[in-house]
Design a protein around this ligand. Structure first.
Ligand code: CA
Length: 641
């Protein structure tokens, strides 16, 4: 009774009722020795909603039946006086729901009385909704079972007060049990109040790996649940596993201890047309490895600002892998009046090693190389050629040549005709007309003009010649037109023929050269009764004759005679005179000779002549001979006589 009274709370928290409550609690807790989950009921009746509001106001909530054990407890413990108690189940959206949790009632938890829930179909208020649930307590029939009932009915409120309070469980949830509670520990914790934390093996994580270090942070205690150990590696090394080690609820670390591994860069390859040389101080293609790239001649490194790549601590080369590209020559200028051919591959046509060849259009010739090649220095091997219009050479180089062409001399294209002639005083040697052929050559050799000149005169040895202009002057034409030559003879010689000659058109001398003949003196004979001795056989200029007389005769006249340049002896021929006796003999001889005949007359004339010659000198014909027949002089003699 006493206990019953106490439990009939009146809706107000009087000090007496709290004392009673405490008492009840201590009674109940005797079973479990822990703080309790306690039940309370109202002293009067109210509808379901009022009952719930009352429970929430004074306790925790309307009671939520969890299991049969709880039902049995309530049925035995609650007073008999009250048969019908509202409990915290209600039909919401046509589903029976625990109002404390807003969760649908599970089949296992249901405890309906026989024939229930019937939604009012069997009761007096048939057809009226029965959306709330009551529990029979200590009723004869079906105690502890549930019945659906109209919510407006007035019944006793059945409430509970939770035993769990904040902070009761350090690392867990407080779970209400019948008249008690317990701590459901969170993962990693244990103990009555979940105050103990799980520990992991410190040794397993403490030692850092080679080239590495470890840093652990502890949330709940050293090397305990959710302690975190983060490893790191020296520069150039990387963790085999990036994830930190975490102490799990199962007292195991979440991961294997990682290792620090040398950072690897991607393997590089040798470029085409080039080479690669790597040095690996730590390991192949690893941190601090360097690779130097070089290209073959004519190729240059592209795709990288440097020829040296280094594997960085991040495992990435400091630059992209370079390649070797052929050097490019500058674009060729367009060939005017011609075509440049650089092969089929237009994309590579200006690259190292490529050759471009040239050809010219018809009527043009190539001046310069026929092809050029792109060199390793990115330059063309030769200077660009040009296409020059085919023309014939100007024929004006020849001196004194006059040409008249069908085209200007600056444009002597093929088929141009030129007529050729020479200046006055010159004669043409070669063609009188030439034609420019397709290949830029004249059809004939360009003619030449030669000064008109006379042949070299054949001058007899003793003829002296003097010409204007001088024969010895160094001119191209030794005997030009108009040359005048005068002839003369040496002293003692006589000129026979023309005294001069002139070179006249068409290159002929006006006369033939003369001859010079040595002057001759008359032949001398030995004087009577004497001898003659001459220097020359022929008595020419400067010849000398000397005379001597026989014994008993003496020379009368000059002993030595010289032939002068006029053909005369310098003196009369001398005679040999007998001594006085001798002269008488000769005179008698003449007297005793008989009568004078004609022949005798002739001899007389001859003597006269000789006498006369001695008296007065007279010119003799050079060819005349003192021995000439006497009759030549007959008339003269006649005149003389
Ligand atoms: Ca019912």
């Amino acid at each position: 009774m006493f206990r019953f009274e106490i439990l009939q709370a009146r809706g107000s928290k009087t000090s007496a009722s709290w004392i009673s409550l405490t008492f009840l609690c201590s009674m109940l807790c005797m079973w479990t020795s822990v703080d309790c989950w306690s039940y309370f009921y109202s002293n009067n009746t109210m509808n379901w909603q009022e009952a719930r509001d009352w429970c929430k106001e004074h306790y925790t909530d309307m009671v939520a039946i969890q299991n049969q054990e709880e039902i049995a407890h309530l049925n035995s413990w609650l007073p008999m006086k009250q048969y019908y108690y509202w409990i915290g189940i209600r039909k919401i959206n046509n589903i029976w729901t625990w109002v404390g949790t807003n969760k649908a009632l599970t089949k296992e938890a249901t405890n309906w009385a026989k024939g229930e829930p019937n939604n009012g179909r069997n009761g007096q208020s048939s057809g009226v909704k029965e959306d709330c649930v009551e529990m029979y307590i200590k009723r004869d029939q079906q105690p502890g079972k549930w019945n659906d009932e109209r919510c407006a009915k007035k019944k006793t409120a059945l409430c509970y007060a939770a035993a769990c309070k904040d902070g009761l469980c350090l690392h867990g949830n407080c779970v209400e049990t019948i008249n008690s509670h317990m701590c459901a520990c969170f993962e990693g914790f244990y103990g009555e109040k979940c105050e103990q934390v799980v520990k992991c093996n410190k040794e397993e994580v403490e030692t850092p790996p080679y080239k590495g270090s470890v840093n652990c942070t502890h949330k709940y205690g050293n090397f305990s649940y959710e302690s975190l150990c983060q490893y790191s590696c020296e520069k150039g090394y990387q963790l085999s596993n990036q994830r930190p080690l975490t102490c799990t609820a199962s007292k195991e670390w979440s991961e294997q201890r990682p290792t620090c591994e040398l950072v690897q860069c991607q393997k590089l390859s040798q470029p085409l047309r080039g080479s690669m040389k790597c040095s690996d101080p730590l390991g192949s293609s690893s941190y601090q490895s360097t690779c130097v790239f070089t290209c073959d001649e004519g190729f240059v490194l592209t795709g990288s600002p440097s020829n040296t790549l280094q594997c960085e601590a991040s495992g990435i080369w400091n630059s992209s892998q370079p390649s070797c590209d052929a050097v490019q020559c500058p674009t060729l200028q367009e060939l005017q009046n011609g075509v440049a051919s650089c092969g089929d591959d237009a994309g590579m046509r200006l690259s190292y090693g490529n050759t471009c060849s040239f050809s010219c259009a018809a009527g043009y010739r190539l001046v310069g190389p026929s092809s050029v090649t792109c060199t390793s220095a990115a330059e063309w091997s030769k200077k660009m050629p040009r296409c020059e219009a085919i023309t014939c050479q100007k024929p004006d180089g020849e001196a004194h040549l006059i040409t008249q062409c069908s085209q200007p001399l600056t444009d002597l294209r093929p088929n141009t005709n030129c007529s050729c002639s020479c200046e006055a005083g010159f004669e043409l040697h070669g063609a009188h007309a030439i034609t420019c052929s397709e290949d830029g050559q004249w059809s004939e050799a360009i003619p030449t003009c030669k000064a008109i000149e006379c042949p070299a005169p054949e001058i007899p040895t003793n003829v002296q010649i003097s010409c204007r202009p001088s024969l010895t002057s160094p001119t191209a034409t030794p005997h030009p037109l108009g040359m005048v030559c005068n002839f003369s003879c040496e002293e003692g010689h006589e000129l026979q023929g023309a005294h001069n000659m002139e070179c006249a058109n068409p290159g002929q001398w006006s006369s033939t050269p003369p001859t010079c003949t040595a002057v001759r003196c008359p032949l001398l004979e030995a004087p009577e009764n004497g001898h003659i001795n001459c220097s020359d056989r022929d008595p020419v200029y400067n010849s000398q004759c000397s005379f001597t007389c026989n014994q008993d005769y003496s020379l009368d006249g000059h002993e030595l005679l010289t032939c002068d340049h006029h053909g005369n002896w310098t003196e009369e021929k001398p005679t040999c005179q007998a001594a006085p006796s001798q002269i008488t003999a000769i005179a008698s001889g003449l007297a005793g000779g008989g009568a004078l005949s004609l022949s005798g007359l002739s001899v007389a004339v001859w003597i006269l002549k000789r006498l006369k010659k001695k008296a007065t000198k007279f010119e003799l014909n050079s060819n005349s001979d003192i021995e000439a027949p006497p009759q030549v002089y007959k008339n003269s003699i006649d005149s003389l006589i």
